[in-house]
Design a protein. Sequence first.
Length: 126
Amino acid sequence: MKPLVHKKAKRTHNGPVARVRIHVTKGDTVQVMSGDDKGTQGRVLRVYPKTGRVTVDGVNIVKRHRKATQTTEGGIMQFPAPIHHSRVMLVDPKTGAPTRYRRQVDKDGTVERIAVKSGQSIPRNR
């Protein structure tokens, strides 16, 4: 009788993770367009280009029960969790409404974001 041999599954390596091109940057004011926090405006705290997610201040608040350590106090911590970048839209600086944007290259070569609805420039706040 042939002995039973357990073969390990072959591990495949897919290479480096493709980064997602995200339309918002850290410091932008955005409005949530879908989900539980629909209609909420907030500032982008962090961008995750590998996963295509953004963390918005005051949106998708989750609770974590943390155990006390020698340096930190324990208890229930609340913090914003990341959401997918397709759920947020930039806010027009003139009207305060969500808008799409266009890119405009100035004569000196700098790229500027222009709000489609009002034509107003959207500054980069980093």
